[in-house]
Design a protein around this ligand. Structure first.
Ligand code: F6P
Length: 544
């Protein structure tokens, strides 16, 4: 690999050293590394904020981490961490800071943030207590979050993960999430809902995203058709808006009292801690929502204060760089062994790939090394029966990430005995540990299995990290998500890229606008490539 040309001499020297070290590492097998060092787990696992990160099943040694740490130092990580937490312009292509970490600070340090949280709390309490009424005077039974990307994935993931927690008081409404622009989610949902008892939350940082505005428009028509005489009351009683653009919310028709704000310095994919987290607070109540923030804040402090040799975001960032840039492992599978974390892979796909899927450095140079790996995932036990075959016997190296809670902590499931559920948790944990062991050691994990025919052989040596949470609570989830956010930042510093913009997505939006015109009127079709023109023409013809 080759890092940016403006690299310091120290950085160049270090990466040459790492490259030489990686040449040796190519011959390592995890089975040998474990056999040769009985204390490997003790040396290569670290704990913070109720999380344990076991890096011992990665294809590396302490020397590897030392070398990578040197590289991080030479690439100015310390300076960039200060810059992030001092509110420096880390998002240089949009000339602004990235201060999502401020959303989890205390009221003295972030009074503006807490003023909005207090507004949100009032709304949450009114909904839970049945005081928020629809235009016909009914209490709200269903809330629909209309948003996409960061205005959907974070709230959806965390609400689902914590749905066993309940508000301190009152009744929580049923929550629904609508993101897809094609109407395939909103249409069947509205068929089921009662307009008199439904509240729509329109979540959009920019309040210009067509996906969200088209779904919100459909919901507005549905409500206006249901209550044709009450246009003002419909908007007043059935819509909340959340955005960094209050004037656009107002123009769309969101009543001033129903507007929640956040700020330009919060990236969409980093926004679940802000008022965008309203669905989470509706699910678990404000006390638990604040616990989520507290867990994330604790991880921020750990990131700022801990020495790098036991700093989880730094270490995990270094491991990813090692795998991608030095061992050429270009894919990573996120495998939660907990159905409650079902939406975590999709959330991380956005967080990591939208942040670090970049190829131009701070100096404006095109990189000639890989940045973000391809990330995908699925709930582990289900994935075992789907794509694990490729992990075990396929031809591609894949770095795996296992996420599991050590303690069973189910709060619901009263219909079945808790003993039964403890047993199921145990089974899941056993499978998680068995899979990471088999991936690492291959057939050496089963010493009695000798003389296997070629098609049954397991070569192993697939590296993995296991993240073990003490328990899945709001606080632990907050810490876990902040760990990922800060890890993404560490990697971006090593790669010399901006993790806080997403210009690649912006151009897609612009082209889609032009294409809409071609589909509507045919105008502009002659400027298209032959494939796009033919497809557009065919669709126009078939639609009549
Ligand atoms: O299209 C990408 C993106 O800008 C994401 O970064 C963002 O989370 C999503 O769209 C939604 O944007 P908004 O919250 O402004 O509607």
């Amino acid at each position: 690999m080759d890092f940016p040309r403006h690299d310091t001499e120290a950085a160049q020297r270090t990466r040459d050293n790492i490259a030489r070290h990686a040449e040796q590492a190519r011959d390592w097998h995890l089975a040998d590394l474990f056999r040769d060092d009985p204390r490997r787990f003790e040396t290569l696992s670290h704990q913070a904020c109720g999380l344990l990160a076991d890096l011992s099943k990665q294809r590396l040694t302490s020397e590897t981490l030392d070398l990578l740490t040197e590289l991080a130092r030479a690439r100015g990580l310390e300076h960039w961490i200060h810059c992030l937490f001092d509110g420096g312009e880390v998002n240089w292509t949009e000339q602004r800071p990235a201060m999502h970490w401020r959303l989890r600070e205390d009221p003295q340090r972030a009074p503006d943030v807490h003023a909005q949280l207090t507004r949100m709390e009032r709304m949450v309490k009114r909904i839970h207590s049945g005081q928020w009424r629809g235009c016909e005077g009914d209490a709200i039974t269903d809330v629909v979050n209309v948003g996409v990307g960061g205005s959907d994935l974070g709230p959806l993931m965390a609400s689902f993960a914590l749905s066993e927690y309940r508000p301190e008081q009152g009744q929580r409404p049923r929550l629904h999430f609508v993101s897809s622009m094609d109407g395939s989610q909103i249409a069947p949902l509205l068929d089921e809902l009662n307009p008199a008892t439904t509240l729509i939350v329109v979540s959009s940082k920019s309040f210009t995203t067509v996906d969200t505005l088209s779904n919100a428009g459909t919901a507005r028509c549905w409500l206006q058709d249901a209550f044709p005489e009450q246009n003002g009351a419909v908007l007043r009683c059935h819509f909340i808006g959340i955005s960094a653009q209050p004037s656009r919310m107002g123009e769309w028709g969101i009543h001033e009292d129903n507007q929640l704000q956040f700020w330009d310095w919060v990236g969409g994919r980093y926004s679940l801690w802000s008022t965008i987290g309203l669905p989470i607070a509706l699910t678990v109540g404000m006390d638990s929502f604040r616990e989520l923030l507290a867990g994330a804040h604790e991880m921020d402090r750990h990131f700022i204060e801990s020495p790098w040799d036991r700093n989880l975001p730094v270490l995990m960032g270094l491991v990813d760089v090692w795998n991608l840039n030095f061992l050429d492992i270009t894919a990573r599978a996120v495998l939660p062994y907990d159905g409650r974390l079902k939406h975590l892979p999709a959330y991380l796909e956005q967080l990591e790939m939208e942040s670090n899927g970049k190829s131009v450095t701070r100096a404006g140079e095109t990189v000639d090394y890989h940045t973000c790996p391809v990330i995908w995932g699925e709930v582990g036990p289900n994935a075992q029966h789907a794509f694990y075959q490729l992990l075990h016997q396929g031809t591609q190296p894949v770095a795996c990430e296992f996420i599991v809670a050590a303690r069973h902590s189910r709060r619901s499931g009263n219909a079945v005995g808790s003993g039964q559920l403890v047993e199921q948790h145990q089974l899941t944990l056993a499978n998680c540990l068995a899979q990471s062991r088999l991936l690492a050691l291959g057939e050496a994990a089963l010493p009695n299995e000798t003389h296997l025919p070629p098609f049954k052989r397991y070569r192993g040596n697939q590296p993995s990290t296991t993240l073990m949470l003490d328990e899945l609570t709001p606080r632990h989830l907050g810490a876990l998500l902040a760990l990922y956010e800060q890890k993404v930042f560490v990697q971006a510093v090593l790669w010399g890229i901006n993790p806080f913009d997403q210009w690649g997505v912006e151009m897609g939006k612009q082209i889609a606008r032009d294409m809409t015109q071609v589909l509507e009127s045919g105008d502009g079709g002659d400027t298209l490539d032959s494939s796009s023109r033919a497809l557009a023409e065919r669709a126009r013809k078939l639609r009549g």
